[in-house]
Design a binder for this molecule. Sequence first.
Ligand SMILES: Nc1ncnc2c1ncn2[C@@H]1O[C@H](COP(=O)(O)OP(=O)(O)OP(=O)(O)O)[C@@H](O)[C@H]1O
Length: 267
Amino acid sequence: MVRAVSAAETAARTYAWAIQADGLRVRAGRRMAVDGLDLAMDTGVHGLLGPNGAGKTTLVRSIATVLRPAGGTLTLLGEQVNGRVDLRGLRRQIGYLPQEFGYYRRFTVREFVEYMAWLKEMPSAETPGAVQRAIERVGLADRADDRMKTLSGGMLRRAGIAQAIVNDPRILLLDEPTAGLDPDQRLQFRALLRELGTDTCVLVSTHLVEDVAAACTDVVLMDAGRLVFQGAPAGLAAAAGADTGAGDSAAERGYSAILRRHRETEA
Ligand SMILES: Nc1ncnc2c1ncn2[C@@H]1O[C@H](COP(=O)(O)OP(=O)(O)OP(=O)(O)O)[C@@H](O)[C@H]1O
């Protein structure tokens, strides 16, 4: 595994990481899709990369407390996720945009976000203001009272992001959030990510290495259920070295080079 360890990481810590996995194993169906993952993340924007089937969605679902660990430990905001954890308390501090999310087509954007805030047990006095703020942050204020069924794919995704941030979560999980966004929206989304990352631990799963290089403070690269690389986006680009392999940019070539070297050493 290639990993750039910063001085801050090796210093003694008196507080918990936002997300910490030790030897984490999580099953997806019959498969151990996360299989011995060690990872620690704090405030910032963490871009989760990896080939199809690497286990990204399974990892995100386990951090969302949808899937229970099958082995190892997962600690969120200092609380170990096990049979005794206060799941409701934890979920109030987590925002989650799944790859595919359900909604009532006849709800307006505002009703949809309000409903999700209610599910997260937000105090009702705070809800209208929080809903309006979340809708504004994703740039949907002019569509707030339109029905969900009238939105484009990219707008739906933005409504999904609004429900994920409505409770000002300390951990924000976004699974493929840029799917369906047009180039202008993607740029706006990157700016929103950077802003959210100043006080939130944001984990974004994506296939777009360029989004990660542009908007993330930290890159997490997985393959076959394990961590292969964690470090700054510049480290990803630097890993390309003189490598002229697949990829349009230094970051993409670094991504391919790290994966290839990892697979060679594992073989
Ligand atoms: N419900 C399921 N039943 C059986 N196998 C599953 C299930 N969900 C995922 N898997 C398998 O677990 C592995 C990891 O899947 P996962 O969706 O976590 O990967 P991913 O990195 O998110 O992939 P992608 O980039 O394609 O979204 C894959 O081999 C997948 O086929």
